[in-house]
Design a protein around this ligand. Structure first.
Ligand SMILES: C[S@@+](CC[C@H](N)C(=O)[O-])C[C@H]1O[C@@H](n2cnc3c(N)ncnc32)[C@H](O)[C@@H]1O
Length: 240
């Protein structure tokens, strides 16, 4: 993986994630009290992760008291001790919410730039929310190979979905992901692999009108606004 950067702080992080300096990259990584990603041609496409203020911080506070749809689908109530695998961590918003309820969250993110932003964002968040961040582990790896070997209560999958035509309606963070990442295509393999894990169930986040990934093992659905959570049984359920 390559990116354009020069700052010493950025170089320190990029080296850890094997991200090579390259002036040819469409993305510039800078340091602004934390890592910042900027598309060179499209000013509106930028990213900096913040878990403890802004929207996520607000949702985290709320999550302690009232159920977010994702927490309801995951059956995560405040002060739980669940073990969750967030196999498509992305920007870590859902996983951070889950950890804020008390769950231990193992994150997998295969894109090195996103895994680096996630790890650095969580390191910064530790100053204000160490109780949450200490329950989160990030693996920069493809989850498909790992999942069948893992044991947990629940696996969460939020695979990328092709971007809608009305791109103005898509939030900036998601526009960055759609531009940075290759077209989505591994949802079937992810779910098939997740069903081989030793878990109680698998929760898949989808747009409300999207078709299910497949029907084998589908045991329920929960709708919330524009989102739907498809609930799957594993092939080898465990009793934790
Ligand atoms: C829609 S985003 C997830 C957003 C996330 N739920 C959040 O709250 O920010 C999907 C992410 O899954 C990652 N991904 C897709 N397939 C993967 C795989 N097989 N292993 C690990 N990560 C994967 C993509 O790189 C992308 O960052």
């Amino acid at each position: 993986m390559q990116a354009d950067y020069s700052d010493a702080n950025v170089a320190h992080w990029c080296q850890q994630f094997n991200i090579e300096p390259s002036a040819d990259s469409p993305w510039l990584i800078t340091w602004n009290d934390g890592l910042q990603l900027q598309h060179k041609q499209q000013q509106a496409l930028w990213l900096q992760l913040s878990f403890t203020d802004g929207r996520i911080g607000h949702r985290t506070q709320q999550a302690k008291f009232q159920s977010e749809p994702v927490l309801k689908a995951m059956k995560l109530k405040p002060n739980n001790q669940a073990m969750v695998i967030d196999a498509t961590a992305g920007l870590g918003r859902d996983g951070f919410l889950m950890a804020s309820t008390g769950a231990t969250v193992i994150m997998y993110e295969e894109n090195p730039i996103l895994a680096m932003f996630l790890t650095e964002g969580l390191a910064r968040a530790a100053a204000d929310a160490a109780d949450v961040t200490e329950r989160i582990t990030v693996h920069c790896a493809n989850a498909i190979k790992a999942l069948p070997t893992l044991t947990a209560d629940t696996i969460y999958l939020d695979p990328m979905y092709p971007s809608r035509k009305k791109s103005a309606a898509v939030k900036r963070d998601m526009q960055v992901l759609h531009t940075l990442l290759p077209p989505p295509g591994d949802a079937d393999d992810l779910l098939e692999s997740a069903r081989q894990a030793s878990v109680k169930r698998i929760v898949v986040k989808r747009p409300k009108t999207a078709p299910v990934i497949f029907t084998d093992g589908l045991v329920g659905q929960q709708k919330a606004g524009a989102t739907r959570f498809d609930l799957y049984a594993p092939l080898y359920p465990i009793d934790r």
